[in-house]
Design a protein around this ligand. Sequence first.
Ligand SMILES: NC(=O)N[C@@H](CC(=O)O)C(=O)O
Ligand SMILES: [Zn+2]
Length: 426
Amino acid sequence: MAYTRISNAVLNGTAGTLFLHEGLVQEFVPGGLKDPGSADKDRELDARGCHILPSLIDVHVHLRDPGLEYKEDISSGLSAAASGGFGRVLAMANTDPVNDNAGITGHMLQKAREHHPVGPFLHPVGALTRGLKGRDLAPLAELAQAGCRAFSNDGLPVQDNELFRRAVEYASDLDLKVIDHCEDSFLSSGGVMNEGRMSDYLGLKGIPDVAESLQVSRDILLAAYLNTPIHLAHISCASSVELIYQARQKSIPVSAETCPHYLHWSEELVSGYNTLARVNPPLRTRDDVLALRQAVRENIIDAVASDHAPHADFEKEVPFADAPNGISGLDTSLSLMLDLVRQGVLETQDLVRLMASNPGEIFRLPVCSFAPGDPADFILVDPEKQWVPGPETMLSKGRNTPCLGQTLQGRVMAHFLGGAAVINRL
Ligand SMILES: NC(=O)N[C@@H](CC(=O)O)C(=O)O
Ligand SMILES: [Zn+2]
């Protein structure tokens, strides 16, 4: 169903009607319509109380397909994306088999087109090294040719600095970026949560924040030396923020993302051995949360990505030390970010910058600016609407989130891609 007008919604602080034509934005007319009665009801959506935002981009998700479809598959993952407000996602390569060749990339793209022909759109991220083993480079040109939008060894970060340097150089020759999961795996070895008072108290082996920031400093030094951009994934701690801030001052070409969970929760959430709070990098301290909030507010960190890492219920119903890392995020990210708006930490326009404009710029993906002729890719968000994440309301197969069963405020009420409604709760 293609609507021709969306009435009574707020765009950039102004209430009015958004007119669509053949999947494109026609114009936004502020104020009420003179003759609302004449509209064909089937062609109109009353979006009273909703904000219009561009369809969002999530630059870091794990869709588990091929190979781990019991956790998530491309169809369910993209449904969760649509529901959460994301019109484009970058899907990591730690599938089984790993996305290190054109065959796997092709499979992912074909499955996405088959199940979600009008979107959300999947942009595979190719592995940096074969099998993510960190020993030899994956065929980056082949992966680029097949449709990969970036390269990453996410999950199993490359420790060999020479190999990583070459990967960054080859990727740059292909005009694509490397996304680095920053972790010194010797420093983090065996760790299951943040290293500090809480890990001592719980008797769990910790991962120090320096395991992340040491690798962040490596990447910054390499980006400066090679004068080549590197994107830093899921930044979790103040010490990394400080390094990124300094790099920015020197115009070193690094960009960075953090995730809603690092902006909300600290290691205290692990108390009681809550496996839903186990994620890599781990939830850090309250001071880290505050530093990250400041960093997203001040554009030191460019983007917020979900790091959607779905797991089956039974995998999390084990002792903390045995549970897999990861939080399911596509369904809940935007609600958690809207909570920061309500708390006065961010403005609505900051969300657009962090979850659409900046990600679009970093990975050269289009974002609707509501100019006449733009593809009508947008969401209608009710910041007041309450909902409870659970099996009935989440479209991801993974319900592994600390939000499970909690009341969230702020919900995507409709999502349009190319003028067609992929979600409509109005
Ligand atoms: N972020 C996570 O906690 N888990 C990721 C892998 C990773 O990035 O470590 C996953 O694929 O499950
Ligand atoms: Zn990662």
